[in-house]
Design a protein around this ligand. Structure first.
Ligand code: AVJ
Length: 315
């Protein structure tokens, strides 16, 4: 699994597992198996975000491209960039050239998708970058004045209010006035639908969540830590308008992380927070963007207003 100096699972485990409640940042879901399980999630009948966002991009990519006039497309948390291909289609439609910088924590996924996109799009120069975009650090690549940063899938929902503000502010400071961001954000809707999207009947999301235990076990050389001792729990938190994924201990867990030289106990019934997925209302989202130095240009939703894609310019 990919680790960088700034982002190491040992550091995150030390910082999160001994807190009350214990927690771990969601980036550790995406080892090879986790990445495959997430791909499977995007095809589940209950998981609407990927399909809705694809519909929006299919309908409005040319418009988005016209509004930005960008010549460099940067993608945060790119993964396989399937939806971004709709933008690349629009960008290259008139025979124009564009530079594409997919950024992701997974070097494997990135190298594979960069190869596929490079071959499929002769007009696109692909410059993949292995980085964790949640970490503060170097500025953004590409020529200032001509960049569009896309952050799709609703991954902005993985940040809580404070983290989101910090993230947007830092993103703003890495860009020049007049440049653009394109942000996919999931919208508040009936809790039953939201919960179903994260607690699917086939149990794929449960496997995805519980895979985190396997990642911890193998990466931190743990003994006494078993995937089967954990149950997938999903809750809608109406106060913070977010989905929460937890792992609940089915029995007393007494593990030892040999890589950390520390013991970890979780009594039966206790829970660990593994992911939040904030859902938005558009006026609030626009207000947050404004407050962080962006001017919303336009927001598109799908026909059922399940999901949103917002183009904003840097003030
Ligand atoms: C990749 C963060 C957008 O929050 O919907 C899907 C991750 N977790 N099912 C989301 C996820 C469980 C997903 N994001």
């Amino acid at each position: 699994m990919t680790t960088t100096a700034q982002s190491h699972i040992a550091v995150d485990a030390e910082a999160g597992l001994w807190r009350t409640p214990p927690s771990l940042p969601p980036r550790w879901f995406y080892d090879d198996r986790g990445s495959r399980l997430f791909e499977e999630i995007t095809r589940l009948p209950e998981y609407y975000p990927t399909r809705r966002e694809t519909e929006i991009l299919q309908a409005h990519s040319s418009e988005i491209v016209q509004l930005t006039g960008a010549t460099t497309l940067l993608e945060l948390g790119a993964g396989t960039s399937v939806k971004t291909r709709l933008l690349l289609d629009a960008f290259t439609a008139g025979g124009r050239r564009i530079q594409f910088v997919p950024m992701d924590v997974s070097a494997t996924v990135l190298a594979e998708s960069a190869g596929i996109i490079g071959r499929a799009y002769p007009l696109v120069t692909v410059c993949p970058l292995v980085v964790d975009f949640t970490e503060p650090g170097a500025g953004l690549p590409g020529r200032p004045g001509e960049r569009l940063v896309v952050f799709l899938g609703g991954t902005i929902g993985n940040f809580d209010d404070r983290e989101r503000g910090e993230f947007l502010t830092r993103l703003r400071s890495g860009l020049a006035a007049g440049e653009h961001i394109l942000l996919g954000a999931d919208l508040v809707k009936a809790p039953s639908r939201l919960v179903a999207a994260y607690d699917d009947r086939a149990g794929v999301t449960a496997d995805f969540n519980r895979n985190l235990i396997e990642v911890l076990r193998s990466e931190l050389d743990a003994e006494g830590l078993y995937v089967d001792d954990f149950q997938h729990v999903v809750r809608w938190n109406p106060v913070d308008h977010r989905i929460e994924m937890w792992l609940r201990a089915r029995r007393d867990v007494a593990a030892r992380f040999r890589a950390l030289g520390r013991d970890w106990c979780l009594p039966a019934g206790a829970e660990m927070l593994t992911e939040i997925s904030v859902k938005f209302r558009l006026p609030e989202l626009h207000g947050e963007l404004q407050a962080c130095g962006f001017d919303p240009v336009q927001t598109w939703t799908d026909e059922s207003s399940d999901f949103s894609v917002t183009l904003a310019s840097v003030r």
